[in-house]
Design a protein. Structure first.
Length: 289
């Protein structure tokens, strides 16, 4: 077991917080709404996942090498649970594990999702996409609940619904962006149902069929988000605000997609400053999402 000085541990957490601050996300990472003592732990988990995600997305490296890096990352994760770490990310993560007792399965699940990012570029059915979300999105909410000692079965189920809905919202926001990376998250069965093709996505062909397809997907994502809407009321005030912001942020993205006429082929609908202000005020005053 490696023993690190307090200075080394503080530097490791500072490194993770820097990673969290410098990567673009739709929603705040380790935001000021979280209790100060929890923010370093959230940042450590984020840095672990962000770095692994970068391995999976490094297109200039072969798939075999990317998978090998993810396998090494998992070996280092396992070592962290033995208290053995020699990298800033894993020093901070090992300290987080020791102080909070977060379980390993959600962290391993994230690595499985990143492996799927390397090997899977299409999803035949919506069920396949939901399976991916179980690994790519839902573990994040589970880890946050564990950090706050709120991982009761009923809370986890609601969190999974929010996280799946948020992941879907991000997919629909990024259809054009993901296509440029060779990825398509729209289920192929849905393309067939609406009479739309991958070739038309490549052409950027925006018509009523595509708008109907995206309207269907937006409603699908909204239903998942709203199905988890009672979760914030089940937790403490500080976590409640963070969860409310996350939920409302996902719903806000869906409204932006609608406002753009479902054109996610030529633009990336994103939250505006006014949207974010509205989301914060609605969360503070407890208005219905």
């Amino acid at each position: 077991m490696a023993v690190h000085s307090q200075d080394t541990v503080r530097a490791a957490f500072a490194y993770c917080e820097q990673v969290a601050r410098t990567h673009y996300e739709n929603f705040p990472v380790a935001s000021l709404l979280l209790p100060k003592q929890q923010r370093p732990y959230v940042a450590a988990i984020y840095a672990f996942a962000r770095t692994a995600d970068d391995f999976a997305d490094e297109g200039t490296v072969s798939a075999e090498e990317r998978l090998a890096r993810l396998d090494d990352w998992e070996r280092r994760l396992e070592a962290s649970y033995r208290g053995d770490a020699d990298d800033p990310v894993f020093i901070a993560l090992a300290e987080t594990i020791a102080r909070t007792g977060i379980p390993k399965p959600p962290l391993s699940a994230l690595l499985n999702a990143f492996r799927m990012d390397v090997t899977t570029k299409r999803f035949a059915t919506f069920q396949e996409l939901l399976y991916y979300c179980q690994y790519s999105a839902n573990p994040v909410g589970q880890l946050v609940l564990h950090l706050f000692n709120q991982a009761r079965p009923e809370a986890v189920a609601l969190s999974d619904s929010i996280c799946t809905g948020l992941q879907l919202a991000n997919f629909w926001q990024d259809v054009g962006v993901d296509w440029e990376k060779g990825r398509l998250y729209l289920p192929l069965e849905d393309l067939r149902h609406f009479g739309y093709t991958e070739g038309q996505i490549a052409e950027g062909f925006l018509d009523d069929r595509f708008r109907a397809l995206m309207k269907f997907q937006v409603e699908r994502a909204r239903n998942y988000l709203l199905a988890g809407a009672s979760l914030p009321g089940m937790v403490g005030l500080r976590l409640r605000c963070e969860l409310a912001l996350t939920l409302r942020g996902g719903l806000g993205i869906l409204r932006r997609i609608e406002a753009a006429g479902y054109d996610v082929l030529h633009q990336r609908p994103a939250l505006r400053t006014a949207d974010k202000a509205r989301i914060v005020l609605d969360a503070i005053f407890g208005r219905a999402p």
